[in-house]
Design a protein around this ligand. Structure first.
Ligand code: SAM
Length: 335
């Protein structure tokens, strides 16, 4: 596919080759750090992108240089037409991947393989069944755990995402790392980030430095190996020598990686977000439904992207509720 004039380059020279598409606002878990307790106002079904619209919008992005698409949500696998969406996107020249809580992923092994999905990110915040139930408000630990083992057995590249929260799961950091001893997975510790309604508070967050304090207290300097991070990687990667897997830290709060950001996000109701933390959105779906080209809107949105974290360039700004609540809840952005 011929790449057209670069409308995906922002005013800081960052090229955007990675599109994350949220397929649905609903989820089969209720993680407290992701959504408010009372739930979120869901968009009417008619406001959500159909699979044809997802394909049309994705095709436009690919035409302009996107080479990687990740499907997310809500929980992308509870969308009924997920097999068709995968099938259509698999016809584009992109690396296709998915982020899921893995509760029902065992039903989709073949469809994922057939459509070239090789890499799957699974969210798991605790290796303890009761804690899992507490944070997700659902008793599904075993399903997720067994499905992680199944994905590895089936040959998928698996990354586990664990959002760390102080006095909740920070005492499991070493258990998670030991989980990589015999399993070729990458556990990624994510700094807890603020979004609308998730009761974020800096004191609940476990920082990159604090994760490394736990690691340094349990392993010797010779055992801890710093790995080469991939270009545009959001994570700082490590492994314990001799372990099959690795671990990483995603430090969006204390050590943002905005300089090399190459991501754009499309919400399930067709809004383009130029940054996870942006307060503004650009309506691609309405324009598409009017039969007009979406490129001018994409171009404008990309050029409007701010240098760091949607304008919250300091931790002080990130801590201001009026700034970080000026965004959606993560469940409706698509993490
Ligand atoms: N349902 C899928 C899942 O569970 O992976 C995909 C959607 S979920 C919103 C995507 C990712 O966002 C998960 O890995 C989750 O841990 C992360 N996430 C949600 N809220 C977050 C927060 N406040 N801080 C950091 N990560 C968060």
């Amino acid at each position: 596919m011929k790449k057209d004039k670069n409308i995906l380059q922002d005013s800081f020279g960052r090229d955007h080759a990675y599109l994350r598409i949220s397929l649905i606002e609903r989820c089969n878990l209720r993680c407290s750090y992701c959504m408010p307790e009372e739930g979120v106002q869901l968009s009417p079904k008619s406001h959500l992108m159909t699979y044809e619209e997802i394909y049309d919008i994705a095709k436009t992005f690919v035409k302009h240089g996107v080479t990687k698409i990740r499907l997310t949500g809500g929980e992308p696998l509870i969308r009924k037409d997920i097999p068709i969406i995968l099938e259509k996107l698999a016809t584009l020249p992109v690396e296709l991947s998915i982020t899921s809580n893995a509760i029902i992923i065992d039903r989709f092994i073949e469809v994922l393989k057939t459509n070239g999905v090789k890499s799957i990110n699974v969210s798991l915040d605790s290796l303890d069944r009761e804690k899992f139930k507490h944070i997700t408000r659902r008793d599904q630990f075993e399903k997720v755990y067994n499905n992680i083992l199944l994905l590895v057995k089936e040959g998928f590249k698996v990354k586990l995402n664990a959002v760390l929260m102080k006095d909740f799961n920070d005492n499991e950091i070493i258990d998670f790392i030991n989980f990589t001893k015999d399993l070729p997975i990458s556990v990624r510790f994510i700094e807890f980030m603020p979004f609308d309604g998730n009761k974020w508070d800096m004191s609940k967050m476990v920082s990159y430095a604090e994760v490394m304090d736990y690691v340094n207290a349990s392993f010797t300097e010779e055992q801890i190996e710093r790995l080469q991070d991939a270009p545009n990687d959001t994570s700082k990667n490590y492994k314990i020598k001799g372990y099959k897997g690795s671990f990483a830290i995603i430090s969006s709060v204390t050590n943002p990686f905005c300089d090399s950001c190459n991501r754009l996000r499309l919400t399930a109701n067709g809004q383009l977000k130029n940054c996870l933390f942006s307060a503004t959105e650009s309506d691609l779906l309405t324009t598409l439904r009017q039969g007009k080209p979406i490129e001018p809107i994409i171009k404008k949105a990309v050029l409007a992207k701010l240098k760091v974290r949607g304008g919250m360039n300091t931790i002080e700004k990130l801590q201001e509720p009026k700034l970080h609540n000026n965004n959606r809840s993560m469940i409706t952005i698509g993490g």
